[in-house]
Design a protein around this ligand. Structure first.
Ligand code: TTP
Ligand code: MG
Length: 432
């Protein structure tokens, strides 16, 4: 994958011309971490992912752990969140049951996760990313896409060098390491960041993309999960090369729109832009559980409480919701979101709950959830909320009830009153 037009030292950022023969050490500082690639100066889409994130933070905060195998996990969850690279040499992996991890690595030091601390550090890293470009798209607590196009003048360096400087900065400021992938789109940048972990830097250029992807399993394509992989394997498609061999029309005939997407990605084409996190004014309420929950009967009352919170926040801030988003995080930290709109603007807990519950029930497919949240989107003015119409005569009445509850709450506090009253009102309505 490496042709050497110019060489760049990842430690001191010195740049020097490539010469024939084996890759030299840095002429300026002697480091062996010298990188070269023919397209290095023309690529601008990056994916950055921290190395063994939770474990690295704990090691940093307790130097006695430096040379020990460390596993983050346990607590009530009973699975490995992550393991440091030493523990990984024993076969310990994320999401492994803790007892298995300890069978594999009995000397491991087990530490309970401190998500609040990790989120704080995740935000620090994100703000350092935002110093490089406003186009930062966070993917999870420890990873993000960056679009560095057009930042050369600002930083006085090509994206590759800017990234290397960033990694050095994270190491010196936060004592944590990152791995980075650089390419010309998100799909390839993400694959690249995984190629050279930890403290990695890898590039995938246009010239090598087709042969590079050919040997990889189809499962590296986003959205191709286990079930899809099995289906494709039954049709004889296991490697990306197998997709590359088929024509677009063949793939479209077999798999419709999804077939065409596969065809494009198999050629390394991905037009998805890096979407910066927008500072939209959003109002939401969410909660993380002590233990994962799959049962919709248990999730519904939690959603009700969140709907009440959200409704109260809407009323307090003078907005109505014209759209609602249900967010659910599964036990393996994947986030699912479902959105609804097209209903009359509302500030009512009972309305929010009804709409939210409909989405919730559809998501309860056996997956275990660690968090649920409900958020208002497409905010409108409070005056538009719950005015009712010819067919909906109950909204104004419910709104009156909920506002009365707000007043009671201000006076007496507590939320038990509210739930009873909201349901009282609904039960009444359903009787009629
Ligand atoms: P990852 O980036 O997937 O893993 P990592 O940073 O620990 O290791 P790597 O060097 O391979 O990137 O996830 C980031 C953090 O998210 C991880 O430190 C712990 C947490 N996490 C879980 O709690 N459970 C999981 O199943 C996974 C995959 C991650
Ligand atoms: Mg990581």
């Amino acid at each position: 994958m490496e042709t050497r037009a110019a060489l760049l030292c990842r430690d001191c950022l010195a740049r020097f011309a490539a010469a024939p023969g084996p890759r030299p050490r840095c002429r300026a500082c002697g480091s062996p971490r010298v990188f070269g690639h023919a397209e290095l100066d023309s690529l601008a889409i990056a994916h950055i992912d921290c190395d063994a994130f939770f474990a690295a933070i704990e090691k940093r905060d307790n130097p006695e752990l430096a040379d020990k195998p460390v596993i983050i996990g346990g607590g009530k969850r009973g699975v490995v969140s992550t393991a440091c690279y030493i523990a990984r040499t024993y076969g310990v992996r994320s999401a492994m049951p803790m007892f298995k991890a300890l069978e594999a690595c009995p000397d491991a030091v087990v530490i309970k996760p401190d998500i609040e601390k990790y989120s704080r550090i995740g935000r620090q890293i994100r703000s350092m990313m935002l110093d490089l470009t406003p186009a930062v798209e966070p993917v999870s607590i420890d990873e993000a896409f960056l679009d560095l196009s057009g930042t050369e003048r600002l930083h006085g360096s090509a994206p590759a060098e800017t990234l290397m400087r960033f990694a050095r900065h994270v190491e010196s400021e936060l004592d944590l390491s990152v791995s980075m992938g650089l390419s010309y789109n998100k799909f390839l940048a993400k694959i690249a960041s995984d190629l050279d972990k930890p403290r990695g830097f890898a590039v995938i250029g246009q010239a090598e993309v087709v042969p590079f992807l050919a040997g990889r399993p189809i499962g590296i394509i986003p959205g191709v999960g286990k079930v899809t992989q099995e289906r494709l394997a039954r049709d004889g498609l296991r490697l990306i090369a197998d997709v590359q061999r088929l024509s677009d029309s063949d793939l479209a005939r077999r798999y419709g729109e999804e077939g065409l997407r596969l065809a494009r990605l198999a050629r390394g084409e991905d037009r998805r832009p890096v979407k910066p996190e927008r500072e939209t004014k959003s109002i939401s309420a969410e909660t993380t559980f002590d233990e994962d929950i799959a049962d919709p009967q248990r999730l519904a009352p939690i959603l009700l409480r969140l709907s009440e919170k959200l409704a109260l926040r809407l009323r307090k801030s003078g907005f109505s919701a014209r759209g609602l988003t249900l967010k659910m995080k599964t036990s393996d930290f994947r986030t699912r979101t479902r959105a609804r709109s097209g209903f009359p603007p509302t500030q009512l807990a009972s309305r929010i709950f009804d709409i939210g519950r409909e989405m919730l029930v559809r998501e309860c497919d056996g997956a275990r959830f660690r968090l649920i949240g409900i958020g208002a989107s497409d905010l409108g003015p409070a005056e538009e909320a719950d005015r009712g119409d010819l067919v909906d005569v109950t909204a104004p009445r419910d709104a009156g009830v909920e506002r009365a509850i707000d007043r009671l709450r201000e006076k007496f506090g507590g939320d038990a009153v509210m739930r009873g009253l909201v349901f009282g009102a609904r039960a009444e309505r359903e009787k009629h």
